[in-house]
Design a protein around this ligand. Structure first.
Ligand SMILES: [Zn+2]
Length: 307
């Protein structure tokens, strides 16, 4: 894709071959390009909604630079209402930089990484806790990159989460490899789109444009109430090898002590199958939201506060 092929001062809506929806706003003045994606996981709907709402409010003649937004990157997973691909079972956020000769999800990653990501001067990947989990509303950043922290700080989130290590395979690890500053968001999820999450995203995306000088105006600052630090790898969550009902009264951002009971898994008749205790002290960053749990699903993720 070549940005110069698109007329300035208007919004373009098109499908990137074969079926990925793209919104492109080309400003009438030159400037940087902000890339925003949602729907890397097909059951995370807040970012999808927010991108369309955001574009409805944009006037490209006010922009110095460009915005490329993909409301649903993993279209097959979206149509399946699922986090993972129905075509190959893959997680799009684990297969980057992709493979042109691989599975459908790997091919998708390959094309995005080669053809769209390099156009970005900054990248925001909109995730949420989706239909299976509950998480705090937050902006996550690369703690080894001051430009990533600066973008997260400007976005305006009351919860920031710095990651000292970025696991491979993510959209954001692909951006890091290309030296493109990035952040991502999480929102409460739990199977719904909350109006407060949409407001959070619209303010954050507007702030990002102002921070990048694509849009004139002052940042709308938000006090940081929780600054988390540590691994954000959901794959490293506390999990189970059993199937059953999860009973827990934890809430996101709750402090837990090492050894504290986090929850219990019971069978259909109420017999205890397994109890879960905190392996370390810290802050709850993710909780399984559906009462019925399958073997292998993440149940709890604990991280630390920034010291
Ligand atoms: Zn996600």
């Amino acid at each position: 894709m070549q940005l110069a092929e698109f007329a300035a001062g208007i919004i373009h809506r098109f499908l990137y071959p074969p079926n990925i929806p793209v919104l492109l706003a080309r400003g009438t003045s030159p400037g940087p390009t902000l890339l925003v994606t949602a729907g890397v996981h097909g059951d995370e709907y807040e970012g999808m909604r927010a991108i369309y709402d955001w574009f409805a409010s944009l006037d490209p003649t006010q922009l110095s630079g460009n915005i490329i937004a993909i409301p649903v990157l993993h279209v097959a997973a979206f149509h399946a209402g699922a986090r993972l691909s129905p075509l190959d079972g893959a997680n799009l956020a684990r297969v980057f930089p992709g493979n042109p000769d691989g599975s459908p999800t790997e091919v998708l990653a390959w094309h995005f990484e080669r053809e769209i990501l390099p156009l970005a001067d900054a990248y925001i990947d909109l995730h949420s806790a989706g239909t299976s989990f509950v998480m705090p509303q937050l902006a996550g950043y690369d703690a080894s990159d001051p430009a990533s922290f600066a973008l997260a700080d400007a976005f305006g989130a009351s919860v920031l989460w710095g990651h000292p290590v970025i696991a491979p395979g993510r959209t954001v690890s692909a951006a890091k490899s290309r030296r493109i500053p990035w952040i991502y968001t999480e929102m409460r999820g739990a199977g719904r789109v909350h109006p407060d999450d949409l407001a959070f995203l619209l303010r954050g995306l507007r702030n990002a444009l102002r921070y990048l000088n694509i849009l004139p105006g002052e940042l709308e600052r938000v006090p940081v109430e929780h600054h988390l630090f540590g691994d954000g790898n959901v794959d490293a969550s506390i999990t189970t090898t059993n199937r059953g009902f999860l009973v827990t009264d934890l809430a996101p951002l709750q402090e837990v002590r090492q050894g504290q009971l986090l929850g219990a898994l019971t069978d259909l008749t109420g017999n205890l199958i397994e109890s879960f205790h905190a392996p370390v002290s810290g802050v709850i960053a993710l909780i399984h939201a559906r009462p019925l749990v399958d073997s292998g699903e993440p149940l709890f993720l604990i991280t630390q506060r920034k010291s």
